[in-house]
Design a protein around this ligand. Structure first.
Ligand code: ADP
Ligand code: MN
Ligand code: MN
Ligand code: MN
Length: 351
């Protein structure tokens, strides 16, 4: 037998970490202990591995080995049966979490007490498709498409670009078992969004699934000749940037009377503006200008149904008196592990 496993990890590129992967063919039969009750493969079947950290900004050439520790497996929809995606954390040669391993830092915060809050995360991942060096749908040369307005959630070949890839990506996310919640065309032509996490999306599951969703977007984009970027402000001027709005709730925010807890949480977040922005992706000053449905990065305000606020309380949440909040500041290129870490630290008062 041969199991094809795509080992995926996050590298050390600065300022924005990137995805890497390589393929391992595993020829050994699983032992009984490596299968679950229904005969499916479990994480324990997949061995650790290593890679050349000097090629990923994670080590020096003279001592280049970094270790891959599998942490979650998914069926691989790009390869079919007997194929898996294996998400890994990176450890250094001594077996300590690598400094680029943001997932380990999130685990530490969860272990330090955040876990008992039963928090859920719903990430709205915006991204921009490119055909060569131009966003998809932008005419060649120095010309621009008609002004923004009709593109958001639009339909028709004159307004929407790249739907074939969006559909195939969405199907792949479902087949991989990701907590995908929906997709939509965005305000700038060639810009799209998928939502990952939401109800039952605990910090690790929602963040892991988002990274795998990104990987599938890039991988399937290869087949279409379309590359996607998470650049927070791909086109300067009067064109929307790309964000990663983060919807967040704890068990007590979701219970009747939770509005009080939501407001307390916002208060704790509001006194740590810079710590949050540092976790919200490089280049936030370019996107959080106060225009294009953002609040300026150096201001903080919250409001019900307010898309010019840093934090929005959805209208239905105010009506119910409980639910969740939406932090609108994270950039498309933020690391969900970093975003979840800082939100949990602030809201759970773990400083
Ligand atoms: P909008 O574009 O109006 O801001 P979306 O529908 O794109 O909203 O995204 C909202 C996200 O919030 C969804 O992914 C949804 O799963 C998530 N969500 C809903 N309820 C909760 C909750 N209680 N905690 C965290 N996330 C939630
Ligand atoms: Mn959205
Ligand atoms: Mn959006
Ligand atoms: Mn939103």
């Amino acid at each position: 037998m041969a199991i094809i496993a795509e080992y995926i990890w996050i590298d050390g590129t600065k300022p924005t970490r990137k995805l890497r992967s390589k393929t391992k063919i595993i020829h050994t039969e699983p032992t009984e202990a490596q299968l679950d009750d229904t005969g499916e493969f479990t994480l324990s079947y997949f061995p650790g591995w290593q890679f050349d950290g000097s090629s990923t900004s994670q080590a020096e050439g003279g001592s280049s080995d970094c270790l891959l520790q599998p942490v979650r497996i998914y069926p691989d929809p790009t390869r079919g049966p007997d194929a898996f995606i294996v998400l890994c954390e990176v450890f250094d040669a001594q077996g300590a979490p690598h400094s680029s391993n943001a997932r380990a830092k999130l685990r530490a915060v969860l272990d330090a007490g955040a876990n008992k809050e039963d928090a859920w995360f719903g990430f709205e991942q915006e991204y921009t498709m490119y055909d060569g060096s131009r966003p998809l749908g932008f005419p060649s040369e120095r010309r621009f498409p008609a002004a923004q307005g009709p593109y958001y959630c639009g339909v028709g070949a004159d307004e929407v670009y790249g739907r074939d890839l969006v559909e195939e990506h969405m199907t792949a996310c479902i087949e991989a078992g990701l907590l995908i919640q929906g997709v939509n065309a965005e305000v700038m032509p060639g810009q799209w969004e998928f939502q990952m996490g939401g109800p039952d999306g605990d910090a690790l599951k929602a963040s892991d699934d988002l990274w795998i969703g990104r990987w599938l977007l890039y991988r399937i984009g290869e087949d279409f000749g379309i590359s996607s970027t998470l650049d927070p402000k791909p086109v300067p001027g009067d064109w929307n940037g790309a964000g990663m709005h983060t919807n967040f709730s704890t068990a007590s925010m979701r219970a009747p009377g939770g509005m009080k807890v939501i407001l307390e949480g916002i208060e704790r977040i509001s006194v740590r503006i810079n710590e949050h922005l540092e976790a919200y992706g490089t280049g936030y000053e370019m996107r959080l200008t106060g225009l294009h449905e953002t609040c300026r990065y150096d201001e903080f305000k919250y409001g019900v149904s307010d898309r010019t606020a840093s934090i929005r309380i959805p209208a239905n949440v105010e009506e119910d008196g409980y639910g969740y909040l939406e932090d609108r500041r994270p950039n498309a290129n933020a690391d969900p592990y970093d975003v979840a870490t800082v939100l949990l630290k602030s809201v759970c008062d773990l400083h």
